[in-house]
Design a binder for this molecule. Structure first.
Ligand code: SAJ
Length: 441
């Protein structure tokens, strides 16, 4: 039997040992899915706090219950370590590490490089490697393959099998999970795709093979660029509707009655999260390397990035209409998470809105039931007001600004108590319509 046939056999009978590099919101659920389906899984993460928490049978990932972690650990199906040396005994590796942006706006490949450098020390014949981290097209071929073959002398498609398979984890979502979300799989060779498809099909509901790693890398970027550009389009629509004196929310709801050929997006104070504002910039960066300007991405990024400034300008105008300067006004920001009903503040436009308000001299407080504090751009720490302080702060504020429309808020009570509300999310919707105390984006 060939190396490939032996590896496929081990993947089919689940004697293959699995390694997950990076046990975050992508790696942990993936490790659990493989372990639940009978594989022996080792999660490797350099963060000792994660490893220690895991070893206590506690989950630090919102989508994975501690009961699951404890059960799989006791069953010997799922272990965690901070030591990469354990990779020497592993047959199949998924790399699920962060791909953020540098301060310069260029891709930060350091997590992929360091994980691959570690893996390269232990790579051996009969290993399949799948990169899941969102990255620019060409990463698997141009960066992963050389790092894993040049020193080892191993041949891709014969000794080792290298693929790209984009993660599609949406933290907090319960309808689409790691198990039932279709998984695109692109191999460096047909044999690579065959091996990885056998592996992932042993645990996930649907695997969708494509012809190359680049096709899989690009599919992911299309998914998230599609969102970023459409959000930018409705954000610009909001600016146009304001100038036209037309209610953008009514316009979008009306357009959304079209049962085909339309997909609803809503305007807001900007684009947050660790995916949508960032992933498309990996593509535009790569295209610049190829002397091509990704015009839609650049324009969408410009529009989305400007939304916090637009929100502050609208608040300033509204206070002016109430003969109140923004400077010295008490402003209460409601919700700083990057989207409703989650506890993640990464890239949240709320941070920009608050910084701009303070720059204009406003006296700013914020409340978020899920974010007790966050680090400001200047490196300071801002704390949420308490529940006890909440309603008095709503009453005392010259302006209440809804930035993140958490379901937890009692918008009627807020409307009754506030002097003025700027609603950037149409959170008040009907109850705020035609109410002189409310101005909407
Ligand atoms: N946003 C708008 N208007 C919209 C939709 C979103 O302003 O119509 C804002 C959100 O408030 C947030 C940002 O855009 O600040 C991103 O929102 P998102 O709904 O895209 O949520 P994310 O960042 O959690 O995106 C993830 C992505 N999942 C993966 O990358 C695996 C994305 O591909 C999913 O489509 C998205 O979840 C989802 O559908 O929930």
């Amino acid at each position: 039997m060939s190396i490939k046939e032996i590896l496929i056999q081990k993947l089919q009978d689940k004697t293959a040992r699995i390694g997950i590099l990076g046990m975050g919101y992508v790696g942990m659920p993936l490790a659990v899915v493989f372990a639940e389906k009978g594989f022996n899984v080792l999660g490797i993460d350099p963060d000792l706090r994660k490893v220690d928490t895991f070893k206590q049978g506690i989950s630090y990932i919102q989508d994975v219950p501690s009961e699951t972690v404890a059960r799989l650990q006791q069953a010997g199906k799922l272990q965690m370590s901070a030591e990469f040396a354990a990779l020497a005994d592993v047959d199949a590796v998924s790399i699920c590490v962060p791909t953020p942006l540098r301060k310069t706006g260029d891709p930060d490949m350091s997590f992929i490089v360091s994980a691959t450098e570690q893996l390269a020390k232990y790579v051996h014949p009969g290993m399949v490697i799948v990169l899941e981290s969102t990255t620019y097209p060409g990463t698997t071929r141009e960066l992963m393959v050389p790092m894993l073959t040049e020193k080892s002398g191993l041949t891709v498609g014969e000794d080792i099998f290298i693929c790209f398979s984009p993660e599609r984890v949406d933290p907090g979502r319960e309808d689409w999970t790691t198990y039932n979300t279709p998984k695109v799989m692109g191999g460096m060779t047909a044999a690579c795709a065959e091996v990885a498809t056998v592996w992932y099909s042993g645990a996930l509901e649907t695997v969708v093979p494509v012809s190359s790693a680049e096709a899989a890398e690009m599919a992911k970027l299309l998914e998230n660029t599609f969102r970023m550009i459409n959000i930018a389009m409705v954000n610009e629509l909001a600016l146009m509707c304001e100038r036209l004196g037309v209610d953008v929310w009514e316009v979008i709801d009306a357009a959304a009655t079209k049962p085909f050929g339309f997909m609803k997006f809503t305007p807001g104070p900007g684009l947050g999260g660790h995916c949508i504002p960032i992933d498309p910039l990996y593509l535009s960066w790569k295209m610049k390397e190829l002397n091509y300007t990704a015009k839609f991405i650049e324009l969408a990024s410009e529009i989305n990035t400007n939304m916090p400034r637009y929100v502050v300008s609208r608040v300033l105008d509204a206070l002016n209409d109430r003969t109140k300067p923004l400077k010295g006004s008490k402003v209460l920001v409601l919700g700083v998470a990057y989207k409703p009903d989650i506890d993640d503040v990464r890239e949240s436009p709320a941070i920009d809105v608050i910084a701009l308000l303070e720059k204009k001299g406003a006296l700013v407080q914020y409340h978020d039931p899920r974010i007790s504090s966050f680090r400001t751009h200047e490196g300071g720490v801002m704390k949420s007001i308490s529940e006890a302080e909440f309603m008095p702060a709503v009453r005392a504020a010259d302006a209440v600004i809804v930035i993140t429309n958490h379901k937890a808020y009692d918008y009627q009570a807020i409307l009754d108590a506030a002097q003025f509300i700027f609603d950037s999310r149409n959170a008040l919707a009907k109850i705020g319509k035609n109410n002189p105390k409310v101005v909407r984006l």
